[in-house]
Design a protein around this ligand. Structure first.
Ligand SMILES: [Fe+2]
Length: 135
């Protein structure tokens, strides 16, 4: 399973959409490498690449939500934190020799990201576009 960025994932914030596209591309790369049974070193680098990019992207989103006074910033930030915890746990399981962990992780990443963008990220886009004077 691969996922593609489509218009229905658009937050209406071009910078964030661009980062989501990049994140999805990285996940697809990760997925392909896992499916191909790529060597451990390659998988490890992809693990790190996704982690680094996700961290960068989450901070960028939080930095976007903060100055506009987005009311759900705290819970959104918590969701990002929970995601990272899950991600690192899966990475640990993989390092400890659980090869199935990486497949579980990829499945988790895809469904998490898709739902997160659709249900949570889109809301800051709607908030950012609200007419002036409406909170
Ligand atoms: Fe987010």
């Amino acid at each position: 399973m691969r996922i593609e960025w489509t218009e229905d994932l658009s937050t209406g914030v071009p910078e964030m959409d661009e980062q989501h596209r990049r994140l999805i591309a990285l996940l697809n790369e990760f997925y392909t490498a896992v499916e191909r049974g790529e060597r451990e070193e390659g998988i490890r680098l992809l693990f790190e690449g996704v982690d680094q990019y996700a961290l960068f992207h989450f901070s960028a989103e939080e930095a976007f939500m903060e100055p506009i006074g987005y009311p759900d910033l705290a819970s959104h930030r918590e969701t990002h934190r929970m995601f990272r915890r899950e991600y690192l746990t899966a990475a640990e399981r993989y390092k400890a020799g659980n090869r199935k962990a990486v497949r579980d992780l990829v499945a988790f990443l895809f469904s998490w990201l898709y739902t997160h963008i659709q249900k949570t990220d889109k809301r800051y886009g709607i908030f950012a576009r609200r007419p002036a004077g409406q909170e």
